[in-house]
Design a protein around this ligand. Structure first.
Ligand code: SER
Length: 324
């Protein structure tokens, strides 16, 4: 089997995808890379790890020459809030990094997975049941880099027959690696604060509706898309996918079912609120369902129950203090 390269392997998606692919395929076949070396033993010791900065084409060439790579999961990127603070760096990493990876995929004949986002939509996009093909005029640097990425991936497929595929991810919720600098991070932070302190101060308004997905569904979506019959794919690079859509208040009420003392207050961060307000309330993911059989497993209820149980376990709370 040809090997699989993962960039950004220490990030929120990458750290879990690396372990999932090492379980799904053979450990030695998954080449994990990032701009720092892993300290977590499971990731470090379960297979090859290389230093790779995707903004430097020489790093990519070195890894491509060393390993016989057939597929790249390109996850090295900045999230939305941090991209607003560092727009120049966001362009360097999210666009130039992708461009170098696309060039490598072309030269070494690799398939490529690219994660786009609900951030690829903007204030003029229809907010409810946002269609697969619709207006995309984002006004954040993150969104601009994601639309550029979608278009570049489409172009490399059309022009050079690179097998590029991708998903527009909603906010991803996981208990293993925390996200950093995203607008949807509250939906992860809230669980840690609820379990540790029974209280959370949310930086988004209580009625801000956004799409979300539990990480096991996101990992499965990536693998299923990459393994799908390419002849059935009409859209290829930017499938809307979602599993649930909720507001901070709705998530808070769901957590209260397990932790009745949990309380929430709000202190709105205008930057992240502005970003969230420009994104859809909920996506229509029927193209993904039709073209490659997408179907989420985790609802808000199932995700909340699992998050609380896993985080309580991680934090090592005595049994009687754990979630009901
Ligand atoms: N979760 C991402 C963010 O908030 C959206 O793609 O930046």
């Amino acid at each position: 089997m040809k090997k699989i390269l993962i960039t950004g392997a220490l990030g929120q998606i990458g750290s879990e995808l690396t372990m999932a692919l090492r379980n799904h395929y053979k450990d030695r076949d998954i080449i994990a890379t990032d701009i720092r070396m892993p300290s977590e033993p499971a990731l470090r010791d379960s297979g090859p790890f290389e230093f790779l900065d995707c903004t430097d084409p020489n790093h990519i060439t070195r890894v491509m020459q060393r390993f016989d790579i057939g597929t790249i999961y390109h996850l090295g990127a900045l999230l939305s809030a941090v991209s607003e603070m560092k727009p120049n760096t966001a362009w360097q990493i999210n666009v130039n990094g992708l461009y170098h990876i696309l060039e490598a995929a072309r030269q070494y004949k690799c398939a490529l997975f690219f994660p786009s986002s609900i951030g690829a939509f903007g204030p003029t996009t229809p907010k409810v049941d946002t269609p697969q093909d619709t207006i995309q005029r984002p006004d954040t640097m993150y969104g601009i880099t994601k639309v550029t990425g979608e278009l570049l991936c489409d172009y490399y497929f059309k022009k050079f027959a690179v097998d590029t595929r991708g998903l527009r991810f909603p906010g991803l919720i996981s208990y293993q690696t925390e996200p950093g600098g995203g607008t949807t991070d509250y939906a992860v932070e809230i669980f840690y604060e609820a379990v540790k302190h029974k209280h959370y101060t949310c930086y988004l308004r209580e009625n801000t509706s956004l799409d979300m997905m539990y990480m096991p569904d996101a990992l499965r979506a990536m693998v299923e898309l990459m393994e799908a019959d390419g002849n059935r794919l009409v859209h290829r690079n930017a499938f809307n996918v979602t599993a649930m859509s909720f507001t901070p208040a709705q998530l808070g009420r769901e957590i209260q079912k397990h932790l009745p003392q949990f309380g929430m207050e709000y202190s709105v961060d205008p930057v992240r609120q502005g970003i969230a307000d420009s994104w859809p309330d909920n996506l229509d993911d029927s193209a993904a369902r039709r073209e490659w059989g997408w179907k989420p497993k985790y609802t808000l209820e199932a995700m909340t129950k699992d998050m609380i149980a896993r985080i309580s376990e991680r934090i090592g709370l005595p049994q009687e203090q754990k979630a009901r």
